[in-house]
Design a protein around this ligand. Sequence first.
Ligand code: URA
Length: 431
Amino acid sequence: MAELFAAVEIIAAKRDKHELTNDQIDWVVDAYTRGVVADEQMSALLMAILLNGMNSREISRWTDAMINSGERMEWSALDRPTVDKHSTGGVGDKITLPLAPLVAACGAAVPQLSGRGLGHTGGTLDKLESIPGWRASLSNAEMLKVLQDTGAVICAAGAGLAPADKKLYALRDVTATVEAIPLIASSIMSKKIAEGTGALVLDVKTGSGAFMSDPERARTLARTMVELGTRAGVKTLALVTAMDVPLGLTAGNALEVRESVEVLAGGGPADIVELTVILAREMLQAAGVKNTLDPVDALKNGQAMDHWRRMISAQGGNPDAPLPLATENHVVVAEQDGELIAMDAMKVGVAAWRLGAGRSRQGEKVQAGAGIEMHAKPGEMVKAGQKIFTLHTDESDRFERALEALDGALRISNTGEKVERLPLIVDRIEG
Ligand code: URA
């Protein structure tokens, strides 16, 4: 059958800063997914989009075209409202782990399709896979069963969900076109809308360890995604949150699971607890769950922990099994007395990645025990020789490159300089 358009005309239109028509967008996304538009043609179009942008109609249509490339999930068999959270990714961002069972304990259902880490940011599935036996791949029927039984499920998106995005994302990764706001927004929202959640809370990270280090660009991304969700009938809101400093005191897969379990046991670092509780309240409100257990109480009284244990067991994991530990460690100490005024999230993330917590190619194996423990955070007084980081890995030859990444990550001052930190919640954007 004859094709509707020639890809080269669509590329030229965007190159020359014209709007793409709905028909052009529908066709090019579909034809690329079918293999009719070649990678080199789509690469050129993606670069033209990165350079010349898309308006909100084009972004919305592009998102719909990606949704329509695959299946749409639906959860009408559940007896409670669904709500999900998506983070744009950061260093030490393990919030999904305590958050999903916490929100389930407070009365909403959380169907969460998560990803793996690439580069310096960790991935929720890699973290959970450090729990012996835990399985990331579930069929749709298994997903529904876990949701019905435990109120929360965290698993990998199946091949049938937004296949256009899978192909496009892999291409963007190797053509320096990941950073375009229309492409990030449509990529994230096509998967979240196809996932069938009724409400969605976005955690858009900003600061050195985030995709969008500039808060203004983070706000634009947040607004674009809120608009896409709202138009699709999903109650969507976004928090723009700090990622200038790593979240919590650990970055690395099993290390982050251990810290998440501390939060579920009613302890854990203050920033993790605060962000988890804020996001849980936003999710419950967005889902319309009223007069329910407060998230703070659900963390204190063990109900969130019960849901965690059930959720992990339902996916084959043993919540009581000891978590893997790396075989080698190396301690980094403070070089002087003073106040720790800055800790660069990007540098910590890159160091954890180089220790083996992350991967540099899709499909590579990660080390469950690798990563970094932080023993102090900005705002604390430290003494020369005091432990600041412990680096963990199974391969001691990784320390050198990790230490190089940490060069300049810390600033310690004894001149009364102010701590340089973004507020935890930078902005809130509602549809
Ligand atoms: N996460 C996604 O799923 N897509 C992007 O484009 C960026 C982050």
